[in-house]
Design a protein around this ligand. Structure first.
Ligand code: SF4
Length: 92
């Protein structure tokens, strides 16, 4: 199952609607390695790096992700769904 489908099933959010506008920029943080918009692009590419990047596992990013997307994607729910997916298969 693709990461996009995993997220859609878990949250109803379709990351395909991301417009790569980068309006979800929450600024640089010590515990993040890629911007949220890049994380969504990795999901769209079904790249498992999405599950391993520091950005996904940063609690400060998770908190800042609430309402971060200005195009209606619930990034907070997306991040939680990705974390759950990784926990199901941590050997990725
Ligand atoms: S603000 Fe929303 S639509 Fe724009 S890049 Fe970020 S996630 Fe995608």
């Amino acid at each position: 199952m693709s990461l996009r489908t995993v997220i859609k099933k878990a949250t109803g959010q379709d990351v395909y609607t991301c417009q790569s506008c980068n309006d979800c920029d929450i600024g640089a943080r010590e515990d993040m390695d890629i911007p949220l918009s890049s994380l969504i692009q990795l999901v769209l590419l079904n790249d498992e790096e999405a599950l391993e990047c520091r950005t996904l596992w940063s609690d400060s990013v998770l908190e800042a992700s609430r309402g971060a997307c200005k195009r209606g994607l619930d990034l907070h729910a997306v991040l939680l769904a990705l974390r759950e997916e990784y926990k199901k298969n941590p050997d990725i």
